[in-house]
Design a protein around this ligand. Structure first.
Ligand code: ZN
Ligand code: ZN
Length: 300
């Protein structure tokens, strides 16, 4: 037992240093990706590239809402350890850091919603901070494993949290390859040129859209929209954010009862994330979907 604990103890500071540096590196990537959006004006546009952009956006917004948010932050359903890892990998491809960091910060948001300790309250810290400032600041870096012990006990998730940029890099490579393989076939643009087109539209443009789609929930959904339930904070239901984020915009519903797999309560509250969870439940990839108790459905 003592022999086994030694390498783990020695490894921990190395992992911490690696994790911290990769997170600082992540901030630089965040800024560089935004700057690189201008390259969209210098590459030829093609329909396959636009389709790839939309596809990569929705694939990753699903990964954020279903994986990072409803599963890792709130345990709204159950799944196997391998599929949990798959959800984490897809989440990492969204370039929003690792699953442990993301979910631990989000739990903190619910615990201190619109109070001083809330990592991204527009009410307490302003709209800019709630949208982007808290992500590029180093203030929220250290939360992670300690804030989410139920998932940080898995070594593969700790490893992925340290190397969260790898799936994103792989996706960027897949986008380039898709462009190269379809160049001259689905479009007149040459393979090499189409590779760069698909990298720019499929990865860079869609990642920036994805950033701001996700961040609207933190900023706009605590400022604009309807408060159906009294939740003790400023969370709102916002239909257009819900459409952009596969259901996340029904944020007042979510603050009313955070552990439910569904965020839309009414049939017309479109909740793409929940539809995907229901679809994944058919082949038993996920199960044990948690529901909103009827007592929490009553408007106060
Ligand atoms: Zn909130
Ligand atoms: Zn939440």
């Amino acid at each position: 037992m003592r022999l086994l604990s030694l390498p783990r103890l020695a490894f921990k500071p190395v992992r911490r240093a690696l994790s911290a540096s990769s997170r600082h590196y992540g901030k630089a990537v965040f800024l560089v990706i935004h700057l690189l959006v201008v390259t969209a004006f210098f590459v030829p546009v093609s329909w396959p590239a636009i389709a790839l952009c939309v596809g990569c956006y929705y694939m990753r917004i699903f990964a954020i809402t279903v994986g990072y948010h409803r599963y890792f932050a709130h345990r709204a359903f159950k799944t196997s350890r391998p599929f949990q890892f798959v959800l984490a990998i897809f989440g990492c491809s969204a370039v929003q850091k690792g699953p442990l960091w993301w979910a631990a910060n989000h739990r903190k948001h619910h615990k201190h919603s619109d109070q001083e300790e809330d990592p991204h309250s527009p009410v307490k810290h302003g709209l800019w901070w709630s949208h982007v400032g808290w992500v590029i600041s180093t203030r929220n870096d250290e939360i992670g494993e300690d804030g989410i012990p139920d998932f940080s006990k898995y070594w593969e998730l700790r490893m992925l949290d340290d190397f969260h940029w790898v799936p994103a890099l792989l996706l960027a490579g897949v986008c380039w390859l898709f462009g190269y393989l379809t160049g001259g076939i689905l479009t007149d643009v040459s393979p090499i040129e189409h590779g760069w087109t698909c990298l720019v539209w499929g990865f860079i443009v869609s990642t920036v859209c994805l950033y701001h789609g996700t961040f609207l929930v933190n900023s706009v959904c605590h400022v604009l929209g309807r408060k159906r339930f009294v939740t003790g904070d400023e969370s709102r239901n916002n239909w257009w954010v819900a459409l952009l984020t596969m259901g996340e915009g029904w944020h007042n519903n979510h603050h009313n009862y955070m552990s439910s797999a569904s965020i839309g309560y009414r049939w017309w509250e479109i909740d793409g994330g929940y539809y995907l969870i229901r679809a994944l439940a058919i082949p038993r990839l996920v199960w044990g979907l948690r529901k909103v108790p009827t007592t929490k459905m009553t408007v106060s």
